[in-house]
Design a protein around this ligand. Structure first.
Ligand code: MG
Ligand code: MG
Ligand code: MG
Length: 304
């Protein structure tokens, strides 16, 4: 059976496209792999796949007995529940080192870049693996998505360099216009409050406290009506009551470059204070990155 190249739970564009682009890289090296995802593409990813005529990876929820290459994460919590019965063969990522481990030597490429596809672009150069134009376009979109059009503090020179090279391969003339079309597709609020919260959601273990953080990146927070905000808030309380210390939703305005934060928490004051917010003022100016600007201060606060 082919080894699986698998992105994280609640897959985003980077994790789905990274499964496709890492599979392309591994195949060029003669490895027998298949791209996989732990869920269907969200609206943004669907736009990207349709735009470049690519097929979504096979959806996989169980990996027992399989060889697995991880892309865009290295946390057990974001892997399938039976991950410990699989054989970890490799990791390509751009997050802090997670808690997966392996029984045998593996290959791991982790760089402090804004996007896993930037790492895969560099590896493709290194291994002289050709990137087809349609795949290059999707990789470009993954970089635009993860770096929020190069505006996120996670964005590096390597991301910009990879994006420029991939745009050339894909024949994309107006990178910014493509990015705006993609974020318009992403700003689709036509889903249940629960689906909106879980569209891009990650659970973290913070000093023994389970903290779930969702993020919605929108071209304008004016799209969120008071009614929708109220239903998101009450659904968030439900998400918290499902075994979490805290459930947090970060509503990011990509044009205003900041976020409003909704919280349901046993440690409400601690969470708000850590983020620089208060019960009355929930706007966080300049906050766009969960990974860099939301998770670290919360981890620090929970450490005490
Ligand atoms: Mg991701
Ligand atoms: Mg990523
Ligand atoms: Mg993201």
């Amino acid at each position: 059976m082919s080894a699986l190249v698998l992105g994280h739970k609640n897959p985003d564009t980077d994790s789905i496209v990274a499964a496709l682009s890492a599979a392309n890289l591994y195949r060029s090296r003669g490895l027998d792999v298949a791209a996989a995802a732990q869920g269907e593409p969200a609206p943004e990813t669907k736009f990207v796949l349709d735009h470049f005529g690519l097929k979504a990876p096979e959806v996989v929820h169980s990996v027992a007995g399989r060889d697995v290459y991880l892309v865009d994460y290295s946390d057990l919590g974001q892997a399938p529940d039976d991950f410990k019965e699989a054989t970890l063969k490799g990791i390509i990522d751009h997050h802090k080192l997670g808690d997966v481990t392996s029984d045998a030597p593996l290959e791991a490429y982790i760089k402090p870049y804004g996007c896993a596809n930037t790492v895969i672009y560099e590896l493709s150069e290194y291994y002289k693996a050709a990137i087809p134009a349609d795949l290059a376009g999707a990789m470009l979109c993954a970089i635009l998505s993860d770096t929020v059009l190069f505006k996120s503090p996670t964005c590096t020179e390597a991301d910009k360099k990879a994006a420029a090279a991939l745009a050339k391969i894909a024949g994309v003339k107006d990178v910014n216009a493509l990015g705006m079309d993609m974020f318009k597709a992403k700003s689709n609020l036509n889903a249940s409050p629960r689906d909106l919260i879980f569209r891009d959601f990650k659970d973290f273990d913070m000093s023994g406290h389970k903290v779930g953080i969702g993020q919605l990146e929108l071209i304008s927070l004016d799209m969120i009506t008071p009614e929708l905000k109220a239903s998101l808030q009450s659904e968030l309380a439900k998400v918290k009551s499902e075994g979490r210390d805290s459930a947090i939703l970060v509503l990011t305005d990509i044009m205003k470059e900041g976020s409003e934060v909704l919280t349901a928490s046993d440690h409400e004051d601690l969470v708000l204070k850590a983020l620089g917010a208060s019960a009355s003022s929930r706007w966080l100016d300049g906050v766009m990155s969960r990974k860099k600007q939301v998770v670290p201060p919360l981890e620090k606060a929970f450490r005490g």
